[in-house]
Ligand binder design. Structure first.
Ligand code: NAD
Length: 318
């Protein structure tokens, strides 16, 4: 039984990691400042973890949180492109300064490995598809720059201090507990909830925008594999975390019509600044070095997601 620290534990991905670790019998400490996460995401597991309301900008508290920890799964961030365009300083603080604090605390506490929630946004709007890890990054938004800077800090801490780090570039993760309530929410969460309520969803752009939508179980599995893979295969490295398949927003809308029973139309609005047009991952490096496999495909993931939102008597964020 190993001891894990999950930063951003009250968030969508963090709370899913917490559950998976508890299911395996691991010991979990979780930290969050509730900037975007919700205590409700941890309701039925809160009594089984050591949860601390901590901001990752508070280095002293982070040092205490890292004591006795084997692995850190660093998810805490302000995970929004539009928010970063509005507030680049705030984005940098949480997404870069916070990461450096996590690394310093983990290094000094002699944590075995830090796995980082990196982002496909680092690739930017390069026309090459699929995106592979050795490509030159081309981040557009302040959020993407911050996530890439944090990746580089991860690798730097491996090179300078020998702290083992693994970066997982998530490609549009979706699933239960993703917050659909704000204008900054992930598109699948937002559309699922809106269409279940009979509300008209809005597509920014012409709907041909495509993404490698990745169900949460795949991201959870990638994190666990990134902890257990031999250091010779993964330490100091970056891996795509995705499915290797892309779906357009128009296809998302059609699939959700079937699953939600929504009979209306979709509204089209101008593209948003900082958004990228297409995204698709080459997952061969993760398959080879982490033994990563896609566990749940887009259709099954979307069905599970809609089922979950349907069961929410009081919808998340309502
Ligand atoms: N969801 C995706 O598709 C996706 C894609 C690429 C990368 N990521 C990354 O994955 C991670 C998790 O994203 P998510 O989708 O679960 O978002 P989320 O908003 O649900 O989770 C982020 C969590 O971090 C917490 N947090 C933010 N600032 C903090 C701070 N200063 N101190 C402590 N906690 C703080 C929030 O309260 C929240 O609980 C983020 O790092 C994000 O950048 C997500």
């Amino acid at each position: 039984m190993a001891k894990y620290l999950v930063t951003g534990a009250a968030g969508f991905i963090g709370s899913s990691l917490v559950r998976a670790l508890l299911d395996r019998g691991d010991e979990v400490r979780g930290i969050d400042n509730f900037a975007t996460g919700r205590r409700e995401n941890l309701t039925e597991v809160l009594s089984r973890i050591d949860f601390r309301q901590i901001d990752i900008l508070d280095l002293d508290s982070l040092r205490e949180a890292c004591e006795g920890v084997d692995y850190v799964l660093h998810q805490a961030a302000i995970p929004s492109v539009p928010k970063s365009v509005l507030d680049p300083i705030g984005s940098n603080r949480a997404n870069v300064d916070g990461t450096v604090n996590v690394l310093v605390a983990a290094r000094d506490a002699k944590v075995k490995r830090v796995v980082y929630a990196a982002s496909s946004s680092a690739y930017g709007d390069t026309p090459t598809l699929p995106k592979y890890e050795a490509m030159t990054p081309n981040p557009i938004s302040p959020y993407a720059v911050a996530k890439l800077a944090s990746e580089l800090y991860m690798t730097s801490f491996y090179r300078c201090y020998g702290l083992e780090t693994v970066c997982l570039r998530y490609f549009n993760i979706f699933g239960p507990r993703q917050d659909p309530s704000s204008q900054y929410s992930g598109v699948l969460a937002k559309f699922s909830m809106q269409m279940l309520r009979g509300e008209q969803p809005t597509i920014f752009g012409d709907g041909q925008t495509s993404r490698d939508f990745t169900y949460i179980d795949n991201a959870v599995s990638a994190n666990l594999l990134a902890c257990s893979a031999p250091a010779s295969e993964c330490a100091g490295r970056v891996f795509n975390c995705a499915t290797g398949r892309r779906i357009t927003l128009n296809e998302v809308f059609e699939a959700l019509k079937q699953l939600t029973g929504y009979t209306g139309s979709v509204k089209y609005a101008p593209e948003r600044r900082g958004d990228i047009k297409h995204s698709l991952a080459d997952i061969s490096q993760a398959e080879k070095h982490l033994r990563y496999k896609v566990l749940v495909n887009f259709e099954d993931g979307l069905r599970r997601t809609v089922e979950w939102y349907t069961t929410q008597r009081q919808p998340v964020g309502a």
